[in-house]
Design a protein around this ligand. Structure first.
Ligand SMILES: Cc1cc2nc3c(=O)[nH]c(=O)nc-3n(C[C@H](O)[C@H](O)[C@H](O)COP(=O)(O)OP(=O)(O)OC[C@H]3O[C@@H](n4cnc5c(N)ncnc54)[C@H](O)[C@@H]3O)c2cc1C
Length: 417
C-alpha cells in the first residue's frame, strides 16, 4: 500500500483538529499539513443543548467540512486505523499510511453505549429515550420533552469524563422551563441524577445552581450512576454509590429520560499502550500538551488525559499552547508555554438566561470579565452570548481564525479595571 509524507499530520477534524490543521497550514504553507477526518460535515456541538431544548434547529449546528478545511490542508477523508509512533506513521482504514515529522492527535471522545445495557436499544426504538450527546439522536429530545405531561422527566449525568460537564444539567433546566410553560409542571416531577455529591464541581457556580434547583423544585439524586435501561418498562436502573464498595441498586420509573452517556476514547488511542495512559486517554503532559513518551506528538481536545472539563472553549485555549510549543519543538527547543486548564461552560438555566462559568484545572474560577459583571449570576446576557455570539466566534474566530481563548482579553480587562 502507498504512503505519503507530511511535516505535520493532524488526526481528527473536530473542533480541536480542524482548528490546528487550518492554523498550522497558514504557518507552514501548502502541502505540509495533512488532516485525517472521515466525516463530510462538521458540527458545532455546543448548540445541541439548544436544539434539544427546542430553541435552535439541528441544521444551525452543521456546516460542510469542505467549506471549513483550508485549501492549504491535505484532507484525507478516512478513519485512522492505527498509530505507529515508533515509526512516525499513521495507518488509515483504507490501508494508506501517512508518515509525519510531527503528529497532533485530536480524535475526541465517543459515547460508550455498551456500559449501559439497553441504552442504545432505547435510543433506537423508544421516542421517550433521548440524548443531546449524539448527532443521530439530538432531534429526539425536544419532542420527548413536549410529550411529557405526567410522571417523571429524568436527566442523568454519567460516571465517566464527559464533554461539557455542564450540558447534562443545561437540558434539565431547559426542559423544566418548557414543561412549566406548557402549564403541566405540577403534574411532572423533574429529576436529575449525578454520580458525585454536588451539582457542579466549582463551588462559586454550584452555589447558584443549587438555588436554581431549589427554586424550581427539581429533585436531585446524588451518588447515582445509570447502569441499565429497561426501555420497554420505562425503568432506569442506577447504582447508588454513596458506599462505593457496596453499591445499592435503585430503579426509577420515568415518562421520559435524557441520558448523558458514559464516554471513552476512540480505539486507535485506547488500544495503543504506547500512546494511552492507564485511563485510556492520550498520555500528555498536562501543561505543555506534549506526549509524555514521544516528543514529536502533541494532543489536544477531549481525548487528552487531563483532569479539566472537556469543552470547545478548552480546545481553543489549548490551540495556542500546542501551536507555540510545537514551533519550539520544531526549532529543537523545549516547550515554553503552559496550559492552565482554562475551560468555559455557559450554563443555560432557561430559554433566555444562564450563568457564564469559566474555570481552571483546579476548579477555580478564571473569569474573563471583572467581577462586577457577575458571571456567576443568572442573566439574559450570558444566554445571548451562548446562543448568538459563541457560534460565530467558533466558526470564524476559532476554526477559520486565530482565536486561542480569552486569556488576552482577560489580561487587558484586568489592566483596564
Ligand atoms: C451536547 C453538548 C454540549 C456541549 N456544550 C459545550 C459548551 O457549551 N461549550 C463548549 O465549549 N463545549 C461544549 N461541548 C463540548 C465540545 O463540543 C467538545 O469539547 C469539542 O467539540 C471537542 O473537540 P474535539 O476536537 O476534541 O472533539 P470532536 O469535536 O468531537 O472531534 C473529534 C473528531 O475526530 C474524528 N474521529 C474520531 N475517530 C476517528 C478516527 N478513528 N479517525 C479519524 N477521525 C476520527 C471525529 O469524526 C470528529 O470529527 C458540548 C458538547 C456536546 C455534545
Amino acid at each position: 500500500m502507498s504512503s505519503k509524507m507530511f511535516r505535520v499530520v493532524v488526526a481528527g477534524g473536530g473542533s480541536a483538529g480542524l482548528t490546528m490543521a487550518n492554523r498550522l497550514s497558514r504557518i507552514l504553507g501548502a502541502s505540509n499539513v495533512a488532516l485525517i477526518e472521515p466525516k463530510d460535515e462538521h458540527y458545532y456541538q455546543p448548540l445541541w443543548t439548544l436544539v434539544g431544548g427546542g430553541l435552535k434547529r439541528m441544521e444551525q449546528s452543521e456546516k460542510p467540512m469542505k467549506d471549513f478545511v483550508s485549501k492549504n490542508v491535505h484532507w484525507e477523508k478516512e478513519f485512522v486505523e492505527a498509530f505507529d509512533p515508533d515509526n512516525n506513521k499513521v495507518v488509515l482504514r483504507n490501508g494508506i499510511s501517512l508518515n509525519y515529522e510531527y503528529l497532533i492527535i485530536a480524535l475526541g471522545i465517543t459515547p460508550d453505549y455498551q456500559r449501559v445495557p439497553g441504552l442504545l436499544e432505547g435510543l433506537e426504538n423508544a421516542p421517550n429515550v433521548c440524548t443531546n450527546y449524539d448527532a443521530k439522536y439530538v432531534t429526539k429530545t425536544f419532542p420527548a420533552i413536549q410529550n411529557t405531561s405526567k410522571g417523571t422527566a429524568l436527566f442523568t449525568h454519567p460516571d465517566t469524563p464527559i464533554k461539557c460537564a455542564g450540558a447534562p444539567q443545561k437540558i434539565l433546566y431547559l426542559a423544566e422551563d418548557a414543561i412549566r410553560k406548557r402549564g403541566v409542571r405540577s403534574e411532572v416531577e423533574v429529576a436529575f441524577t449525578h454520580p458525585g455529591g454536588v451539582i457542579f464541581g466549582v463551588q462559586k457556580y454550584a452555589e447558584q445552581l443549587e438555588k436554581v434547583v431549589n427554586k424550581r423544585g427539581i429533585k436531585t439524586y446524588f451518588h447515582h450512576a445509570l447502569k441499565e435501561l429497561d426501555y420497554a418498562s420505562n425503568t432506569a436502573i442506577f447504582h447508588n454509590l454513596k458506599d462505593p464498595e457496596n453499591p445499592v441498586k435503585v430503579s426509577i420509573a420515568y415518562e421520559m429520560i435524557h441520558v448523558s452517556p458514559p464516554f471513552k476514547t476512540p480505539e486507535p488511542i485506547a488500544t495503543n499502550p504506547n500512546l494511552a495512559a492507564g485511563t485510556g486517554y492520550l498520555d500528555v503532559n498536562t501543561k505543555t500538551l506534549q506526549h509524555n513518551k514521544y516528543s514529536n506528538i502533541f494532543g489536544i481536545g477531549d481525548n487528552i488525559n487531563i483532569p479539566s472539563t472537556k469543552t470547545a472553549a478548552g480546545a481553543a485555549a489549548q490551540s495556542g499552547i500546542v501551536e507555540k510549543n510545537l514551533k519550539e519543538v520544531m526549532a529543537k527547543r523545549e516547550p515554553v508555554v503552559f496550559y492552565d486548564g482554562y475551560t468555559s461552560c455557559p450554563l443555560v438555566t432557561g430559554g433566555n438566561k444562564g450563568i457564564l462559568a469559566e474555570f481552571d484545572i483546579n476548579g477555580q474560577p478564571l473569569q474573563t470579565l471583572p467581577s462586577i459583571f457577575g458571571q456567576h449570576k443568572e442573566k439574559k446576557l450570558w444566554y445571548f452570548m451562548k446562543a448568538r455570539m459563541m457560534p460565530h466566534l467558533y466558526w470564524y474566530g476559532m476554526i477559520k481564525g486565530p482565536w486561542k481563548g480569552p486569556a488576552v482579553v482577560r489580561k487587558m480587562l484586568r489592566l483596564g479595571f
